[in-house]
Design a protein around this ligand. Structure first.
Ligand code: KE4
Length: 438
């Protein structure tokens, strides 16, 4: 039974966190897991099953992080576990081609027609950095354009933030990123076609590619404005720049064919991650055959990886995609559950008189603590993050585990039942009422 509203016993997590911090920076292997934006100390998760996780103190939670997106089937899906176990009995890695890579590549290219050929890597970061190297080689141009608030992994030239004012050249968004690396990255506001047009008018002939999250998930969920993606496609085509869809989150999430199917846009290259690995480390980049054929060993663009196409990860990805296809109306089910959650959260916020605006595309959503609509990073950043943090901990005490940041997405899986969603809404109703005194 999920824990009722009571102070959680988190002693084991606290002890583990103390030890972890002596061994790993911040005690974590990815910054967002340290809960810095909500405060407090992170829970250490011991196991997951379906829509639930249990922490090291056996507290049970409904999970809306879902490993930041990969677990569209929920945790420890029997089909995925069996596939990994079976692959492991034959060995874990050979450093040689395997049939499993063909099987997963075939499923992805069948599902996403713009991807005629692809290369597997081990993370979304590797996918986007490789796609950008490829775009630069194909176009013989150096500039890349990304959008403010867009996150595409931690390659140097992608850790660039918007310059001041209209100085759109990127500035390093992390220590250790050379200014030269960021200077080759232009940064424009998401959903702002006017600025995009201006940048292309002045620098279009030097821009190799635009990389975009077709549905932004890293400023919180921000859908593309009407015509934004269509115009982005037209402008890049007009200037012979490539369009790279970063579908690491949206791939197989918002539709079987990803955001490009949902919005009917054909990018030149697409980056994948998360769901295609079923929770194991997998990324991929792919697209037009004439572009992909520039990748070594066929062409001059070098990219490699010891564990790329790892058999266990391939097996997990194949099992995940096959399990989705075998669930009748899987995406309609995800849409129904997510819409139920969105409606319930909206009603809870209204009855508690707490200003909340919700952005949702399919089974990814964010509730921003503010009244104004969120259409880009500048507006997202005006959200009341203190109120978000209060809500995060209220939901946690009620047995609901949200992403520990206002600027992330909540993910619904095929394991979340109608009753789970109803429970979540009840928990939100109680939590939001407790925020009224703010
Ligand atoms: P990875 O290198 O973390 O596998 O993927 C990078 C990446 C690329 N593109 C998009 C659109 C992404 O969302 C990501 C990674 N997402 C973050 C959270 N939104 C992963 C969580 C983390 O950094 O720990």
């Amino acid at each position: 039974m999920i824990s009722t509203r009571e102070r959680l016993n988190t002693k084991t997590s606290r002890d583990l966190y103390a030890r972890a911090q002596t061994l790993m920076p911040g005690g974590v292997n990815s910054p967002v897991r340290a809960w810095r934006s909500v405060g407090g100390e992170p829970l250490f998760i011991a196991r997951g099953a379906g829509a639930r996780v249990w922490d090291a103190d056996e507290n049970e939670f409904l999970d809306y992080v879902c490993s930041w997106g990969p677990l569209i089937l929920g945790h420890a899906h029997p089909r995925v576990v069996a596939a990994i176990q079976q692959a492991a009995t034959r060995g874990t890695s050979y450093g040689a081609p395997t049939e499993l890579e063909i099987e997963l590549a075939q499923r992805i290219t069948n599902a996403v027609p713009s991807v005629e050929m692809l290369r597997f890597v081990n993370s979304g970061t590797e996918a986007t950095m490789s796609a950008i190297r490829l775009a630069r080689a194909f176009t013989l141009r150096e500039l890349i354009l990304k959008f403010d608030g867009g996150y595409h992994g931690h390659a140097d030239f992608l850790l660039a933030k918007a310059g001041s004012g209209l100085a759109t050249y990127g500035l390093p968004d992390s220590a250790g990123v050379p200014s030269a690396a960021a200077a080759h990255t232009l940064v424009a506001p998401y959903n702002d076609l006017e600025t995009l047009q201006k940048i292309f008018e002045s620098r279009g002939d030097a821009i190799a590619a635009v990389i975009v999250e077709p549905v932004a998930g890293n400023m919180g969920v921000v859908p593309p404005a009407r015509e934004f993606l269509q115009q982005l496609r037209a402008i890049t085509q007009q200037h012979n720049a490539l369009l790279i869809f970063d579908e690491v989150i949206t791939g197989f999430r918002v539709a079987w064919g990803g955001a490009q199917a949902l919005y009917q846009i054909t990018p030149d290259l697409t980056c994948f991650g998360k769901i295609i690995g079923g929770g194991l480390p997998v990324g991929a980049y792919g697209g037009r055959r004439d572009i992909m054929q520039m990748i070594a060993p066929l062409g001059p663009v070098y990219q490699a990886g010891t564990l790329s196409g790892n058999p266990l990860a391939m097996a997990a990805g194949i099992a995940t995609l096959d399990a989705i296809t075998e669930i009748p109306n899987a995406y309609e089910q995800l849409e129904m559950r997510a819409a139920q959650l969105e409606r319930g959260l909206q009603n809870a916020a209204q009855s508690a008189n707490v200003p909340v605006t919700i952005n949702r595309v399919g089974s990814m959503l964010t509730a921003f603590f503010m009244t104004q609509r969120v259409t880009d990073y500048a507006t997202a950043k005006t959200a009341d993050t203190r109120k978000f943090a209060r809500c995060f901990f209220g939901m946690l005490e009620g047995g609901v585990y949200l992403a520990p940041s206002q600027f992330e997405a909540a993910f619904i899986s095929l394991a979340h039942t109608e009753a789970d969603i109803a429970y979540t809404i009840e928990c939100a109703t109680q939590t939001l009422v407790s925020l009224q005194d703010e």
